[in-house]
Design a protein around this ligand. Structure first.
Ligand SMILES: [Zn+2]
Length: 70
């Protein structure tokens, strides 16, 4: 059995995985983020493992920012 490589579409603004195809046509493929409302052709595409790593990194950065602000 071959493992299907799932590619997630990730919002470049809020890093949500809730991104849908918005439209195609002369502008090319567009995407829409259901969480922040971002619409654009620029989207991050990665595997589930890469996304998990990214979330960990974001969480760590958020914690670092909190330390700076407090
Ligand atoms: Zn977003």
């Amino acid at each position: 059995m071959d493992k299907k490589k799932t590619r997630l579409l990730i919002c470049p603004v809020c890093y949500s995985a809730r991104v849908v195809s918005y439209m195609g046509g002369v502008m090319g493929q567009m995407y829409k983020c259901l969480d922040c409302g971002y619409v654009g052709s620029l989207i991050l595409e990665m595997s589930f493992d890469e996304y998990t790593d990214l979330l960990k990194k974001i969480k760590r950065e958020k914690e670092d920012n909190r330390k700076i602000h407090i």
